[in-house]
Design a protein around this ligand. Structure first.
Ligand code: WTA
Length: 572
């Protein structure tokens, strides 16, 4: 197969409609999709939930299909409206108001979504945390945001140092616990059962806050990325055009709401579009995932390269027992999508996997492979309509095609972060000459396709040649023995840096000198001599963040015996 380009699968998508629509696109037109364009009263919870609950044709449609090993539940738009109203009443009765920060530290469950929209309905700002966070990570985020309320479970409470957090006044416990009798603790189920199902939504301004997502850079403490209700324009439109959802789709985004993908596209995108949203609890396994797609009739699936690579290493055999024939569209985000994975997807699913690029700070997709666009595997695609992307040098000048530089976006766009919580200087540091600087290095080709090279601090310089770790990793995993790879530059007196690769092996392969040499030669022949790793080390696991990003800086600190820095986002 020609893997240089993959054509649009005609029939699946109405190419013409899309192309016409893209040409005439204007964000102003998107506003007309929402009631606030007439009333001036805004709340993203209204547009995502209540609007559908008030529509007789949609009220009884499943908004949520929650599926975990021990619990399966369907929640209609009408039910979600009522339960989030109830929680909004609980919050109001405890004095929570517009602008307050209310954090969620609990697993995905129907209660999570009622609580989340309840927070938004009172005009407060939601702060979702990964349930796997340990004490320090929880403390840092609650301290920095000065959150006054936390919603958690009795099991997770031991990781909340509440007596040392002066701003944290109240804790809502989802689950039975004697603590709920103590001052400052609230029993979720008890208060919900007593709360009214109607609530007068707090109407806010488009520029009012709704979400704080903490994200770690390579240095320093995590920063609070602040998003406002206006982001709904882009959540809505990108989900519609890039994830291609239609009214009768069953959509599944695998991301946890502790990560921006789990809110922008696990909550807002699908529900602003009124589609049925599948949430799968429990642990990842290829069997569980394929079974979820089969059992719920998933049609549109948004996941991440790390998951696709795991499925790939489980082999096509793992798919075969399941009927996943309803699946018609797949997209990916979080790190570069290896061409090898795309090729596998074409075999295993008979579908293209569409890469999308964006960041916590950008709030929504910016550079994408749309369904109606020819794909070049390895490229993250082209800017979404209405988005201007470029490559600039360190002075803020635009570079011509095929030159590596800073990937930058013309500011602003609807879902752009509006602040870094309480750190205006940090926020300012993202911008140069009207451009938002992503911190990623990339280039674009003559046809306007963007190609990711690495985080700026990950790019390797070996004997004067710049090498993106992603390229080398992608080549490594094409080798039949290699499951995953993480590549770093290791300081070297002669070459500046040499390339060191950490790999995990597929089942059935044993580490040996011959095998490692074979892998080295494979990269050398497939990529180039200077890109072949001089050092190869076999590991049991490659360290990754919870959102599936290879933690190259951690590999590097291990290698160099340096302090490891903030590890709160490291996956188990
Ligand atoms: C990386 C994720 C290559 C990139 C929604 C970016 C990607 C960072 C891609 C943001 C992609 C995300 N190709 N790299 N398609 N998508 N990244 O904040 O380095 O968790 O700057 O948001 O992930 O990660 P974040």
């Amino acid at each position: 197969m020609n893997m240089q380009r993959i054509e649009v699968k005609e029939g699946n998508f109405n190419l013409k409609d899309y192309q016409e629509a893209y040409k005439q696109f204007d964000w102003e037109d998107v506003k007309k999709e929402f009631s606030w364009s007439e009333t001036g009263k805004v709340n993203i919870a209204y547009e995502a939930v209540d609007r559908h609950a008030e529509n007789p044709n949609k009220a009884d449609q499943d908004a949520l299909i929650y599926s975990a090993p021990d619990r399966e539940e369907h929640v209609t738009f009408s039910q979600l409206k009522k339960s989030s109203n109830q929680f909004a009443n609980v919050l109001s009765s405890h004095g929570i108001e517009k602008g307050d920060r209310v954090f969620l530290f609990m697993p995905r469950s129907p209660e999570f979504y009622s609580a989340f929209f309840g927070i938004l309905k009172v005009g407060a700002i939601a702060g979702p945390l990964f349930e796997a966070f340990m004490e320090q990570a929880v403390r840092d985020r609650l301290e920095d945001s000065e959150a006054t309320m936390l919603i958690t479970t009795p099991e997770l409470l031991e990781r909340v140092p509440y007596s040392e957090l002066p701003h944290l006044k109240q804790i809502v416990l989802v689950g039975d616990d004697p603590k709920t009798n103590e001052e400052g603790f609230i029993d979720f189920h008890k208060e919900m059962s007593q709360a009214s199902e109607s609530f007068g939504i707090e109407w806010v301004d488009l520029e009012d806050g709704m979400l704080l997502h903490y994200t770690s850079g390579s240095t320093g403490k995590p920063k609070g990325v602040y998003h406002v209700h206006n982001a709904m324009l882009q959540h809505y439109q990108t989900t519609k055009w890039v994830l291609d959802v239609k009214e009768d789709d069953v959509y599944w985004c695998t991301a946890d709401p502790g990560w921006v993908t789990g809110t922008s596209y696990g909550i807002f995108g699908p529900w602003l579009n009124g589609v049925t949203n599948v949430i799968v609890g429990g642990r990842f396994s290829p069997e569980n995932w394929y079974k979820a797609i089969q059992d719920h009739g998933v049609t549109v699936w948004y996941s991440a390269p790390t998951a696709f690579r795991k499925l790939m290493s489980a082999g096509e055999e793992a798919v075969k027992p399941y009927d996943i024939s309803k699946l018609r569209h797949i997209a990916s985000v979080g790190e570069p999508l290896n061409p090898e994975v795309i090729a596998w997807g074409l075999d295993a699913f008979k579908l293209r996997i569409h890469d999308t690029w964006w960041m916590t700070e950008t709030g929504a997709q910016l550079i994408c492979n749309y369904p109606a666009m020819e794909m070049k595997p390895g490229s993250m695609g082209k800017p979404f309509p209405g988005i201007v992307a470029s490559i600039i040098d360190n002075e803020g000048n635009e570079l011509p095609p095929n030159q590596m530089g800073n990937l930058a976006i013309k500011a602003p766009w609807p879902s752009m972060m509006r602040a870094i919580w309480e750190r205006p200087e940090k926020f300012e540091s993202y911008f140069l000459n009207g451009w938002y600087i992503s911190g990623d290095s990339a280039y674009y080709d003559e046809e306007g396709y963007f190609w990711f090279q690495g985080r700026l601090d990950d790019v390797i310089n070996t004997s004067g040649e710049r090498v993106g770790p992603f390229e080398v990793e992608s080549k490594l995993i094409e080798h039949e023995a290699v499951a995953e790879a993480g590549v770093i530059g290791k300081p070297d007196p002669e070459r500046g840096e040499i390339i060191k690769a950490f790999i995990t092996l597929n089942e059935g392969y044993q580490e040996s000198e011959e095998l490692l040499e074979d892998i080295r030669q494979f990269v050398k022949k497939g990529l180039s001599a200077h890109a072949a790793p001089r050092e190869l080390e076999v590991k049991d696991k490659i360290p990754k963040t919870r959102s599936g990003k290879i933690m190259r800086r951690l590999l590097k600190s291990w290698e160099l015996g340096l302090p490891t820095g903030d590890l709160s986002t490291l996956d188990e």
